[in-house]
Design a binder for this molecule. Structure first.
Ligand code: FEO
Length: 402
């Protein structure tokens, strides 16, 4: 049996349970728009001793405790494994520590963060042990091995491997922000795009630590049968697909795909954007036209993940960028996408300026600006429209060169 459900608790394997929480109405995850909600997954491992792997965001503590309570009395927990101290996973820690004498196991880098968040709950008196890559915890019939996963997603991040059942509890790694009553990949349709959106917005800046971590898994010959992240569904049937996708994304692999990302004030920049996109389409390259007021920035980052080239367009407003374009460029810079070529375009009335700022911000984000930007005064006509078409052709050619 793949997943046995008893009153909301799902058994991943004998003595291993999902006891997390479903955030059906969460719509924003620190700037990442989550139209489908999210989950905070906790897992309970029962050997002769018991361990809880990760907790949940604070408002969901009761939901997690009720699920744990269907298996064991939460006060009898022996260990709490903190794979990651970000509050979406550690939010229940103080409440849980009020009910149990469980020992906390955490990485050395996690201690400072734990005390940063929980000093006023008495964390400096909690029973805490430090673990590092290769350390093992024998629960009696269940053995947990710890794997530091530094910067996946914070300095403290860690993943935990249950050796007997070959389940990798991967915390933020391999996650997706979706709320679903299902727990496994084979129960949910088309989950890989959700994982791509999650990767683009959470882990994209950390490709080097990710490649290093995938190397550690290979060196230690860790070949999981299930990858159980702390957000979204558990990978089992599609496990090879998600591992291959992570390798591809971490290596910055792109395809013949172009994005035209823009906002518009009185329609002129939109006319340019349409003209550029149509020229890319006519050149036979996949293109997506994305208005920044109609598409969340996190969705645009998912589309950018495998795009080889893109254009950013803005009208000039008060000598600067249109606000949505500025917002997007700040977000883009933080996520540091790789192996992309880009250019800028936009309209203006008298002073201009937005195109130069876009180019500078793209360069600041480490992106190659391969073509000088195009500014059009007031409205694009005749020759200007032809120049937009030429830019579209150059974007298509850049995508084909990748
Ligand atoms: Fe899901 Fe970095 O927290």
């Amino acid at each position: 049996m793949d997943a046995e459900e008893t009153g909301g608790v799902v058994e991943l394997s004998r003595g291993v349970y999902w006891v997390g929480a479903i955030d059906w109405n969460g719509r924003d995850f620190h700037g990442f728009t989550t139209p489908g909600g999210t989950t905070y997954n906790s897992y309970l491992v029962i050997g002769e001793k018991t361990a809880l792997i990760d907790t949940v965001k604070a408002p969901f503590t009761g939901e997690m405790l009720r699920r744990i309570g269907q298996i064991i009395d939460p006060s009898k927990l022996d260990y709490i494994i903190i794979n990651h101290m970000e509050p979406d996973h550690s939010g229940s820690l103080a409440d849980l520590k009020n009910q149990t004498n469980a020992k906390i196991l955490i990485t050395r880098r996690g201690i400072d963060i734990l005390n940063g968040y929980f000093r006023d709950s008495g964390s400096e008196n909690w029973d805490i042990g430090i673990v590092a890559t290769g350390d093992q915890l024998d629960l009696g019939g269940k053995t947990l091995m710890f794997l530091e996963a530094t910067m996946l997603h914070w300095p403290d991040s860690m993943e935990t491997f249950l050796k007997e059942d070959r389940i990798l509890f991967s915390n933020d790694g391999f996650g997706q922000h979706i709320a679903t009553s299902k727990r496994y990949d084979f129960e949910v349709r088309d989950i890989l795009p959700e994982a791509a959106e999650y990767y683009s917005n959470i882990l994209m800046p950390f490709h080097i630590p990710l490649l290093r971590y995938l190397g550690v898994l290979a060196r230690l010959e860790i070949e999981p049968l299930q990858i159980a992240p702390s957000h979204g569904i558990i990978w089992k049937q599609d496990l090879p697909k998600i591992l291959e996708a992570y390798r591809s994304w971490a290596n910055g692999e792109v395809k013949e795909k172009v994005l035209v990302i823009y906002d518009t004030m009185w329609g002129s920049t939109e006319i340019m954007a349409n003209e550029i996109a149509e020229a890319v389409r006519v050149a036979g390259v996949e293109v997506k036209l994305l208005n920044l007021r109609k598409n969340p920035r996190s969705h645009i980052m998912k589309e950018l993940l495998d795009a080889a080239a893109f254009a950013v367009g803005s009208p000039t407003l008060n000598n600067g960028l249109f606000p949505t374009v500025g917002d997007f460029l700040v977000y883009l810079k933080g996520l540091r996408p790789r192996k992309k070529k880009a250019m800028a375009f936009g309209s203006y009335g008298w002073g201009g300026g937005a195109v130069k700022i876009i180019e500078q911000e793209l360069k600041n984000a480490g992106i190659e600006v391969f073509e000088p930007g195009l500014q059009v005064k007031y409205r694009p006509y005749g020759k200007e429209l032809v120049r937009c078409q030429k830019l579209g052709e150059k974007l298509a050619a850049a995508a084909k060169e990748q």
